[in-house]
Design a protein around this ligand. Structure first.
Ligand code: 13P
Ligand code: SF4
Length: 332
């Protein structure tokens, strides 16, 4: 069955890689029969529209392996968007990622297959909150995680992601910095720099659910090497063997190659990484991001057909938000 399907689709870009995901168990055969016509239609529509489809590490296997042209963490996705010559960008991620792509590519059509794909961190802070922090800590620059709305980005000095947060904070040369909105990422940065960090109280609804007790139970039962995202609570970070962004975790796994690994982050990430690392056994506590999971093959197909919903940003906000994102991309 697998061979017959591979032979039929050998000429379709993306399908061979997808068959690799199938053969390693990320996509079952019955699932494949369901996904196959949608994957084919999306591949065809991408060509017709001159569209680039970029997918976050948390997307499901059929999107990540079946239709994505580029994949990565939120920083990598922003760079892919900025460097693309496509007319249309389809963001398989959440709204703040699509807004970031639109800021970097104002002349392109940026599609988000479901506009309700939000983020609890982005929802935790408003532009007025940032202005109040500036009044409370006069002179302190504001660094904002890219997990914020465009309206909040417009109030920032500079953006960061979890993979460049320490470098961004230190690039400012300030003694103290306001860091919004993720409290746990702020504490992670504070533990790695001498700059004083003033945190906000935002949390990720997915990562805040992990506990140190759960981590120790998994470790005792499996002996797994534990990698945690810096959006996890502090005690989880302290108990983990490695703390870093989604791309940082992939680099660490590639370099260290443990026999067993436990990724304390969104559930689909282990499935996606397992395809490239068949000899690592993944222990999978399954915390799903409900926002990431709003993106499906069906709504990707629909948005490519209708070129909607597209991201539109108010010009004044976009101009100020863009400079915070561009400033981040200049930090090496
Ligand atoms: P990364 O920057 O590591 O991709 O994380 C984004 C995110 O939303 C994690 O929950
Ligand atoms: Fe936001 Fe958390 Fe979902 Fe990432 S995993 S998009 S931080 S809610």
């Amino acid at each position: 069955m697998l061979q017959a399907l591979d032979a039929r689709h050998a000429a379709v870009p993306g399908i061979l890689e997808d068959s690799e995901a199938r053969s390693r168990g990320s996509i079952s055969e019955p699932e494949w029969l369901l996904f196959e016509p949608l994957i084919e239609e999306i591949q065809r529509l991408k060509k017709e529209r001159n569209a680039l489809l970029i997918a976050h590490n948390y997307q499901t296997a059929e999107i990540f392996h079946g239709v994505a042209d580029a994949r990565g963490d939120s920083l990598a996705l922003a760079r892919h968007a900025a460097n693309s010559s496509a007319d249309v960008i389809v963001m398989c991620g959440v709204r703040f990622m699509a807004e970031t792509a639109k800021l970097l590519c104002p002349d392109k059509t940026v599609l988000l297959p479901d506009l309700e794909a939000g983020c609890s961190l982005a929802a935790s802070i408003t532009p007025e909150d940032v202005r109040a922090l500036r009044r409370q800590y006069p002179g302190a620059p504001v660094v904002g995680y890219v997990n914020t709305s465009a309206a909040v980005k417009a109030e920032l000095d500079i953006c960061c992601t979890s993979s460049n947060a320490v470098r961004v904070v230190e690039s400012l040369g300030a003694e103290r910095v306001i860091f919004v909105p993720d409290e746990y990422l702020a504490r992670f940065v504070a533990s790695r720099t001498n700059v004083e960090i003033i945190p906000w109280r935002g949390h990720c609804e997915v990562h805040e659910r992990f506990t140190a007790a759960e981590l120790e139970e998994y470790r005792a039962a499996t002996g797994a090497y534990v990698l945690a995202h810096p959006e996890c609570p502090e005690d989880v970070q302290l108990a983990a063997d490695y703390v870093g962004s989604t791309s940082g975790m992939i680099e660490e796994l590639t370099a260290r190659h443990p026999k067993r690994a436990l990724l304390l982050t969104e559930c689909s990430m282990s499935d996606n990484v397992a395809v490239a690392h068949p000899d690592i056994e993944f222990v999978r506590p399954c915390n799903l991001c409900p926002h990431m999971k709003r993106i499906t093959l069906a709504n990707i197909r629909d948005c490519l057909r209708s070129l909607s919903p597209a991201i539109e940003l108010e010009a004044g906000i976009a101009e100020r938000a863009r400079s915070a994102v561009r400033r981040m991309l200049e930090v090496r």
